[in-house]
Design a protein around this ligand. Structure first.
Ligand code: CP3
Length: 362
């Protein structure tokens, strides 16, 4: 096992475990990305997945927001949720101005035979070794400044991409699988989960100090389908990753679930085995806190579009949200309600962080 420099700021780890803290820790989804000019400098001349697969580049991009903003309390490894479908044998390309594209998406249950499963053609350490190398290198380069976060896409969100072949407005193809082929859908979700559990556990072995599961398309499901096709796999991940870490002789790390749009499932998510539940902007902080009732730490949840509203709007929203989360000194991690978008001015994100620091320390 690798040895790493001692951690100087463990605020997010303490907050995730529900301890009282001096101020809420903060990080931002997609903090390493296209709103940063320094990201574009590196991006020019490289394919997106080539950058993910080159540990030196991935670690450089991961560190960019940490170097720019002294208020950040965590780094998140530069990678993508779609590396799991790639490890299972699917081709995924990142198309300029369009997003991810699968030239050969899954069309019918017969296509499941083409997928590589854990232990049956999918060797996680081999297929995703570049992510582990990037984590280890980044952890060294961080030199203990802040904890390093690892992540995966949730089984339902990955299944949706694998069937739609990219983003979608209606998710007709992926959702019709749930109704037309419910058993094959469960099988696919289980195969993804098996890879996801091993991948997340190995991320911790490689240096991730906290991990997040992104169920970005949870909100496309009705509460009934979420309970049947997403939640059971989210629960499996929160149960099996700690078991696998124990088996590997590895220390446990806090785990976060972010099921975007699944406001109806907040109560169930607070009992799903995670330390932290991420909230999108459709939640009222005080209401969410009432529902969570101390069971988990909450993370979120300013609408990223407030960042386009200027300093006064940001100031007002931050103040209201910190108050809504009871001042933020226990059970709260500052974040946006979804990823920061490419048009945001870096200075405005810096202002958001500074204001959170100020109101959260008061
Ligand atoms: O948060 C971070 O800074 C860490 C890196 C990270 C990326 N993607 C880098 C990225 C993380 C955690 C992700 C997760 C991810 N990827 C999700 C879940 C989070 C969410 O937003 O809901 C999803 C759905 C994806 C799939 C994906 N990757 C899409 C839809 C796109 C293109 C459109 C978009 O919103 O940007 C990507 C590309 C991507 N992933 C970029 C980055 C920095 C931009 C790529 C580019 O430079 O062209």
């Amino acid at each position: 096992m690798a040895s790493f420099p001692p951690l100087k700021n463990n605020l997010i780890l303490r907050a995730a475990r529900g301890e009282k803290v001096e101020r809420p820790p903060m990080w931002v989804m997609r903090q390493a990305g296209r709103y940063l000019p320094e990201y574009h400098k590196v991006r020019a001349g490289h394919d997106f997945f080539e950058m993910c697969r080159t540990p030196e580049i991935a670690s450089t991009i991961t560190l960019q927001p940490i170097e720019r903003y002294e208020d950040l309390d965590a780094a998140i490894i530069f990678s993508d949720i779609l590396v799991i479908p790639q490890a299972m044998g699917m081709v995924v390309e990142m198309v300029e101005k369009k997003g991810p594209h699968f030239p050969e998406p899954l069309e019918t249950p017969e296509d499941l035979a083409k997928l590589k499963r854990l232990g049956e053609g999918c060797d996680v350490k081999k297929e995703l070794g570049y992510v582990f190398e990037a984590l280890t290198l980044t952890r060294q380069k961080l030199a203990g400044r802040v904890p390093l976060l690892g992540f995966i896409g949730a089984p339902w969100t990955l299944m949706a991409y694998m069937i739609e072949g990219g983003g979608s407005k209606t998710f007709t193809k992926a959702k019709s699988w749930l109704f037309k082929y419910p058993e094959d859908s469960q099988k696919l979700l289980q195969d993804i989960t098996d890879v996801a559990v091993e991948f997340l556990a190995q991320q911790v072995v490689a240096g991730a100090q906290m991990v997040q599961v992104f169920d970005s398309w949870a909100g496309e499901l009705s509460p009934v389908e979420f309970a049947e096709f997403s939640l059971p796999y989210l629960r499996q991940i929160s149960k099996r990753v700690p078991e696998r870490l124990a088996e590997l002789g590895q220390e446990q790390v806090p785990m976060t679930v972010f099921a975007k749009g699944a406001w109806y499932a907040l109560d169930a998510l607070c009992d799903s085995g995670y330390n932290v539940v991420g909230l999108d902007w459709t939640h009222d902080p005080a209401e969410a806190r009432k529902i969570a009732n101390g069971r988990v730490t909450l993370q979120g949840n300013m609408d990223p579009n407030v960042l386009y509203g200027g300093k006064e709007a940001i100031d007002k929203a931050v103040k209201r949200i910190v108050e809504g989360f009871g001042g933020g000194k226990q059970g709260y991690i500052v974040n946006l309600g979804h990823g920061v978008t490419p048009g945001v001015k870096p200075e405005d994100l810096g202002f958001f962080l500074r204001k959170n620091h100020e109101y959260g320390s008061a």
